[in-house]
Design a protein around this ligand. Structure first.
Ligand code: HEM
Length: 184
């Protein structure tokens, strides 16, 4: 029966050693090559207990969404950052497209018939989650393109909105564009 060599003092089994070279009498030395080899052939393989390798490289947006992206090339000056800047510099009534004396949007009631009247490029409202937004100033900033966002013009766009991007925070993005609450 094979018995692993033991340390003379501690009595514990010694670390594995290998012979370097062919000389039988040469002292055996511990080799760095005896360490277990990690298989790095596919660093992205998610192995049980290995979470770090799965995060590098990070998945791109198409991989995160799980389908082909359909973002358009926006005109210069129409990036999401430009939209944020415009919001910070523009009075809310301008973005709402209403007279400055108009009451706060939370108490303005808008019927479906009224909503339907605002469906052209230069006067465009939509309703998402029961809130009515004037999207006229936002249309050119829409990363999905003008044609796509205009599909919700003058009507309830909630279903279309969630079909394409449930992760987008519309309340925040269009907070200054809210004109009222949709009523039956
Ligand atoms: C009024 C509300 C809307 C807002 C505030 C809005 C906002 C956005 C934002 C922020 C993105 C970029 C998303 C990202 O980078 O992850 C986006 C992309 C997009 N949007 Fe909208 N959107 C609106 C309505 C719509 C509607 C009604 C449609 C379709 C009929 C639509 C279709 C798309 C598409 C196709 C993209 C590209 C998404 C992709 O390829 O991943 N959006 N939208």
């Amino acid at each position: 029966m094979f018995t692993a060599p033991r340390n003379n003092i501690t009595g514990r089994p010694t670390k594995p050693t290998i012979k370097i070279g062919n000389d039988e009498d040469e002292d055996s030395v511990e080799s760095p090559f005896t360490k277990p080899q990690t298989n790095h052939t596919n660093a992205n393989t998610l192995r049980p207990g290995n979470t770090s390798s799965a995060l590098f490289p990070a998945p791109n947006s198409a991989q995160r969404v799980g389908r082909q992206r359909h973002k358009v090339v926006l005109q210069p000056g129409h990036s999401p950052l430009d939209w944020a800047e415009l919001n910070s510099k523009t009075a809310s009534h301008v973005l709402r497209g209403v007279d400055p004396s108009t009451p706060p949007p939370q108490i303005v009631r808008i019927t479906k018939d009224e909503l339907k009247k605002h469906k052209i490029r230069n006067d465009c409202w939509t309703s998402i989650n029961g809130k009515v937004f004037n999207i006229t100033p936002y249309v050119d900033f829409h990363p999905g393109g003008v044609d796509e966002i205009m599909k919700c013009a003058g009507r309830d766009g909630t279903a279309l909105f969630y079909k394409y991007h449930s992760w987008v925070n519309v309340d925040r993005m269009l907070s200054n564009c809210m004109v009222g609450i949709l009523v039956a």
